[in-house]
Design a protein around this ligand. Structure first.
Ligand SMILES: [Zn+2]
Length: 96
């Protein structure tokens, strides 16, 4: 939800500054809960990443090979697929 609000805001800013790179900034989604690094992704890249619900975008070097497989990388970010994401969410669900 917060991501969607931020995306809309950045798109409005981008239309004012046509020469500026159209990057969205996201919090790194790596396995470290203390990580506060940000990742820059274009709207097109973000849509492609989010087309798969098990894919997450993280900073290069933040991969955790035990639970994630890198499926796409560039100098700005790495997209990982968390195959155990669903099991992990269920295991850590405070209501379970
Ligand atoms: Zn991270």
């Amino acid at each position: 939800m917060n991501e969607r609000i931020k995306e809309t805001t950045l798109r409005l800013e981008a239309s004012d500054l046509e020469q500026a790179p159209r990057y969205l900034e996201f919090l790194c989604e790596c396995a470290d809960p203390r990580c506060t690094d940000h990742v820059e992704v274009t709207p097109e890249e973000y849509e492609e990443i989010r087309s798969e619900p098990t894919q997450f975008v993280i900073r290069p070097g933040h991969e955790n090979g035990a639970i994630e497989d890198a499926v796409w990388s560039c100098e700005r970010f790495v997209v990982v697929e968390k195959e155990v994401a669903q099991d992990f969410l269920e295991a850590t669900d405070p209501r379970a």
